[in-house]
Ligand binder design. Structure first.
Ligand SMILES: [Zn+2]
Length: 123
């Protein structure tokens, strides 16, 4: 059964409390961000699986040392950091989501490939 927006938001709230993270809702997955020094994230409101996963991903950047955004470097460092943050999201996702729900991870990763690997996203 698909989780409700309330269930999704409740899990994000729980994780934020557990890890003392300040969550500000707003924007889209493209503008989602994290600030490790402030233990804060900005992420779209978790109203559906995709936005929920983006929030988990941003939290992953703060709580998994291998995904720490401040260790982000050019090229493969940034990609590893992205991959680890998605791995954290997958490990901590509380709901059974579909492959289609996880498409958001591919879209986000793809934008990083474009940015850091310089690949052409033409099609
Ligand atoms: Zn990321």
């Amino acid at each position: 059964m698909k989780p409700t927006p309330e269930e999704l938001a409740a899990h994000i709230r729980e994780l934020a409390e557990e890890h003392s993270i300040t969550v500000t809702y707003g924007g889209t997955w493209r503008t989602a961000e994290c600030w490790p020094s402030d233990l804060a994230i900005t992420t779209p409101e978790p109203v559906d699986p995709a936005t929920y996963l983006v929030a988990l991903h941003e939290i992953g950047h703060l709580v998994d040392v291998n995904a720490r955004a401040w260790s982000r470097r050019r090229g493969s460092g940034a990609l590893k950091c992205e991959g680890m943050a998605w791995a954290w999201a997958a490990a901590n996702c509380r709901f059974h989501l579909t492959a289609r729900d996880w498409d958001i991870a591919g879209r986000c990763f793809r934008s990083y490939l474009h940015q850091y690997a310089g690949c052409d996203l033409g099609q």
